[in-house]
Design a protein around this ligand. Sequence first.
Ligand SMILES: *Cc1c(COP(=O)(O)O)cnc(C)c1O
Length: 355
Amino acid sequence: MAFELNKKVVNLVPYDPICGDYRIRLDANESFILPDEKLMEKIHKAIDEIKYNRYPDPLAKKLCKTFAEFYSIDADFVTACNGSDESISVIMNAFLQKGDKIVNVSPDFSMYKFYSSIVECECITVEKNEDFTFDIDKIIKTANENKARLIIFSNPCNPSSVGCKREEVKRLIKSVDSLVILDEAYMDFWNQSLLDEFNDYDNLIILRTCSKALTMAGIRLGFCVANKTLTNAIRSVKSPYNSNSITQAIGIAVLEEKEYLNACVEKVIKSRDELYSEMKKLEKDFPNMLFSVAPNTNFVYTNFMGKAKDIFEYLKKDGIIVRHMGEYLRITAGTDYENKEVVKGIREYLEKVKA
Ligand SMILES: *Cc1c(COP(=O)(O)O)cnc(C)c1O
């Protein structure tokens, strides 16, 4: 007798981002902002009140209500998950069956394709335009011709940081029979959200995460927003206690602080703008050696014309981690100091190879 892993998992390896001790981490699009003293005190108090021997509220009602108030929507249509990663996994497991087809776009967040492979679905990829704008007509055509059950993409996009205007996203949703999963992980940094009209469609689920603009990657918290039918299905298939007591307590404490969070978003946008303008200066000083895409997110996506891997290694030796993706580096906006250090490192490298 011998147990063998099935085909779909036998060759998988665990997700293993760069760990270890680096002085500057600009690789995961987290917020650089830690709670201030006052908020930290509030968080500690909320944690002190947790009854650790009891299960948490399975529907995280107060947490969903606080999230809903932050975005001025109705909490009846909100489901809390253990990060958007869990949302994607739960949705794909529930709404797809083996052999179904889904449509994604490229470049985009790599986890979509991964989760669809676990449910044994065929993932059909529509390439974006050269400037990373979305070819909505092609997405519609591909979805309809293939009777796709689901379309998923991030808006604005990780990694390109280019977004698709809401009118265009609406046109897509209305033109297909597929369920559209609209991942708005970075929409706090842009103004083209569809959160105010999720209820107008029978085929739309919007994903939001607390990991990026909302400063809480560590507590694992994301939300699905969708009409009553879809929400009921998501709540029914998720594991009952997916959002733990600590996450719920901290999530409530922080999401109640509207002004604080809005100020955090402003700070990150300012840092992003500074990083982008520094990268554009490099572009001027080193013609044809790099090109940065205008960002709608909290990171800058830069083509280094064949040198991305080298620069990645050069920065890493100096204790600076960014995300290397083919010809590109994706650099998260950090503190003033972090931005200066990463730009300084890139400048040094470019000067060396130019000489
Ligand atoms: C970071 C990211 C997520 C993951 O969010 P978690 O809530 O931390 O799981 C989802 N989608 C996109 C596009 C992201 O960049």
